[in-house]
Design a protein around this ligand. Structure first.
Ligand SMILES: *Cc1c(COP(=O)(O)O)cnc(C)c1O
Length: 395
């Protein structure tokens, strides 16, 4: 058995030590001043992370709960929304919207590709009754990144709300809500935020709040207006929050933001370069082409290689836990998560375990210097001047 395990899954992700220690603390009472101070401090950092001047609501649920809360609080049954669907989580938007009895128009991209902003624009022009566009920033099932900035600009022009599942993007790549004109941005605790699962965070734009004020949510628990009012008024949630997750959040935000947001994104981009270079150097196919996420790298396995065997070998022999493909890509993809408290050595271990796993499954992977090449790409990505790297800032 390997001595150490490495969680390279796209959530849950490894936790930094200060976060683990914070989670071990005894309970605070959620209506007393000590906890309220923590809530308010976390708010400041959350606004920075989300790039918004408005409140960022903590919700007691996994990420999907926040997706449902967004749909129920922003749209009335019978309203028409457009779902940009490029994978499993895009499908989930469609299912949630259907459960809310919305009329769903679906715009799909093949798995591995992103839905283009111009296609969304065309649909919106064709059908002015559409009141919202629901999409993922990073589609975790395929490792694809959607052009959220362009989509939000289109939606602004055509007076439609942009609702973004940023669960595998917030804290991993720039997604400045106010600047890009996003109307709803949400995430979960167990990915970029380096916390256990169970907490979600959600923010709305001023025009989305106006829409929410006119919408009967039909929810007792996930009433975003009431949550906003208690958060901004009293620094509290309406019901008992997951106290230790909030205490951990305060710690994880301090840990994440200690060198500034730019350093957060630069680190993520460099890890992505490390993973992608290594995968290509092994002669394997990257599943996401031009539009790739910064927290996950998906690898298309050679024909005839059993993905389950590769993953089992990586876990049992090398202690590296990665994810497989979902739905029709089961057994065909390996998804290397590089989210949360993960560093270059973890990702290098992931590449090595992948290489060895493929050998074990009867395949052969390319050049032997894939580790040197991937580490060189990582180092270069950390040091290239800002002008030659993608934007690491919120602007
Ligand atoms: C993980 C993930 C989800 C699901 O979140 P849960 O916390 O499991 O509810 C939804 N969307 C995306 C993009 C994800 O990465």
């Amino acid at each position: 058995m390997p001595e150490k395990t490495r969680l390279l899954t796209p959530g849950p992700t490894p936790l930094p030590e200060p976060v683990r220690l914070a989670l071990a603390k005894d309970m605070l009472h959620h209506r007393k001043s000590e906890f309220i101070t923590i809530m308010r401090r976390a708010q400041e950092n959350l606004r920075l992370l989300f790039g918004t001047a408005g409140p960022v609501l903590p919700l007691s649920c996994s990420g999907t709960g926040a997706m449902e809360a967004a749909v129920c609080n922003l749209f009335q049954p019978g309203e028409k929304v457009l779902v940009a669907e490029a994978g499993k989580f895009g499908q989930r938007w469609g299912l949630i919207a259907a459960a809310r009895e919305l009329e769903v128009v679906t715009l799909s991209a093949p798995w591995g590709k992103a839905v283009a902003a111009r296609d969304i624009e065309e649909k919106l022009r064709e059908d002015p009754a559409i009141t919202g566009v629901l999409l993922q920033h990073s589609e975790t099932s395929t490792g694809v990144l959607h052009p959220v900035r362009e989509v939000a600009a289109v939606c602004r022009r055509l007076a439609t709300l942009t609702v973004v599942d940023g669960i595998s993007a917030v804290g991993l790549c720039p997604c400045p809500m106010d600047e890009w004109g996003i109307d709803c941005l949400l995430t979960g605790s167990q990915k970029g935020l380096m916390l256990p699962p169970g907490l979600a965070l959600l923010a709305l734009s001023p025009r989305a709040w106006k829409k929410a004020e006119k919408t009967r949510s039909g929810c007792f628990y996930f009433n975003l207006i009431k949550e906003r009012d208690s958060l901004t008024g009293k620094g509290q949630t309406n019901f008992t929050p997951p106290v230790n997750l909030i205490v951990g959040l305060d710690e994880s935000l301090a840990f994440l933001l200690k060198d500034g947001l730019e350093a957060v994104y630069r680190k993520q981009w460099a890890l992505t370069m490390l993973a992608r270079t290594g995968v290509s150097a092994m002669g394997l196919n990257l599943f996401a082409g031009e539009h790739f996420a910064w927290g996950i790298t998906s690898v298309l396995l050679p024909e005839g290689i059993d993905g389950a065997l590769v993953l089992r070998c990586a876990a049992e022999k090398f202690g590296v836990y990665m994810a497989g493909g979902q739905e029709h890509l089961k057994g065909r993809l390996v998804r290397i998560g590089h989210m949360g408290h993960v560093d270059w050595a973890d990702v290098a271990a992931g590449l090595f375990a992948l290489n060895q796993g493929i050998k074990e499954a009867g395949g052969f992977c390319g050049s032997r210097d894939y580790l040197e090449r991937s580490l060189a790409a990582w180092r270069a990505a950390l040091t290239v001047p800002p002008g030659e790297a993608p934007s690491m800032t919120h602007s």
